[in-house]
Design a protein around this ligand. Structure first.
Ligand code: TLP
Length: 346
């Protein structure tokens, strides 16, 4: 039976060209900054994001942790969304390891934080308060339907932050999806913020790795924090080689994933018993719901899984499908066929 895995874009396997790049990578000790392939990836990442420097880390989670630790001291505060990946899914690392207080503001459906909410959350100088050091945005926003944040919105947050002496970090795990959806160069989304992290292992399909990008001074601090977290890697060129290949070959195809997500969304809208807000589908993430609440949510996941279609229930009766480089248009048709059959039998 064919498997169509729509649990996440993290499930992709490296293309043969990535395996070839890994096999022939020039290596050295990256803790001494002597791994030529890692150095090449870091400078390519910095150029791509329009920043002075970049740092390779093993995961998106470590990228955000290293970034937040590098912007904030213990006892200071970061403003972020109540649906932010850093708040929801990173095991509380910023408070566990950084002693950093989080101030969660309600994420709007489009992934934004209201500017007035941000403004009123910024602390005044008062001995009772933790000083606000950082605002974190997420682009695209995973829990908010994979929505892309616009250039205008990002600039407004950066302006507000700058006026108050606060930094902005963007969790750009899927920032190339945002740029593709908005049909702009990714630099437009990163130009106004202090730091951005992005993942090689999601839409770009590389096996491992994320990059933190920012000023040279910030990245020097990030390097120290990565070391403290145990993330200093030796012949990291093994990972970086696939990352370079990914940045060179996988960015331009990301809009295919968005087209496939749209096919899925349009098909789901036609299926009795399922509901979807088509307008939320802007990138490679599709959220939909089961209308029949008398059926336990996991039944749909399990029945579909028995027939080879895998995805997650992210909250009761609400599901997420993620398209990626290892699924194509035929897989979308097949998945929809199976959805129809399963829903008819439920
Ligand atoms: N997200 C994963 C899961 O952790 C939920 C997924 O399948 O979507 N930022 C964002 C916006 C993310 O979506 C993720 C991963 C991360 C950071 C963390 O990346 P990794 O998994 O590399 O630590």
């Amino acid at each position: 039976m064919k498997t169509i895995d729509l649990r996440s874009d993290t499930v992709t396997l490296p293309a043969q060209s990535m395996m070839d790049a890994i096999a022939s990578a020039q290596l050295g000790d990256d803790v001494f900054q002597e791994d030529p392939t890692t150095n090449e990836l870091e400078s390519l990442a910095a150029d791509t994001m329009g920043k002075e420097a970049a740092l390779l880390v093993p995961s998106g989670t470590m990228a955000n942790l290293v970034a937040v630790l590098s912007h904030c001291e213990r006892g200071s505060e970061v403003i972020l969304g109540d649906q932010a990946h850093t708040f929801m899914y990173e095991a509380g690392g910023i408070s566990a390891f950084g002693g950093i207080h989080s101030r969660q503001l309600p994420n709007q459906r489009d992934g934004t934080l209201k500017l007035e909410d941000v403004e009123s959350a910024i602390r005044q100088d008062n001995v009772h308060f933790p000083p606000t050091r950082l605002i974190c945005l997420e682009n695209t926003h995973n829990r908010c339907f994979g929505m892309p944040l616009t250039v205008g919105y990002t600039k407004s947050v950066a302006q507000l932050a700058g006026d108050n002496g606060i930094a902005v970090h963007v969790d750009g795990a899927r920032i190339f999806n945002a740029a593709a959806a908005l049909k702009i160069n990714v630099k437009e989304l990163t130009g106004s913020v202090d730091s951005v992290s992005f993942c090689l292992s999601k839409g770009l399909s590389a096996p491992v790795g994320s990059l933190v990008c920012g000023s040279a001074e910030f990245i020097a601090q990030a390097r120290r924090n990565r070391k403290a977290l145990g993330g200093g890697m030796r012949q990291a060129g093994i990972i970086a080689a696939a990352g370079i290949e990914a940045l060179k070959t996988m960015v331009d195809r990301i809009s295919d994933d968005h087209r496939n997500a749209k096919i899925l969304a349009d098909g789901i809208a036609e299926i009795d018993g399922l509901s979807i807000d088509i307008d939320t589908v802007k990138t490679n993430i599709v959220y939909f719901s089961l209308k029949r609440l008398e059926i336990a949510g996991e039944v749909l996941v399990n029945r579909m899984s028995e027939l080879g279609i895998h995805f997650f229930e992210l909250s009761p009766h609400t599901y997420r499908l993620v398209t990626h480089a290892d699924v194509d248009e035929n897989d979308m048709d097949e998945a929809l066929k199976v959805f129809k059959k399963v829903m008819a039998d439920l």
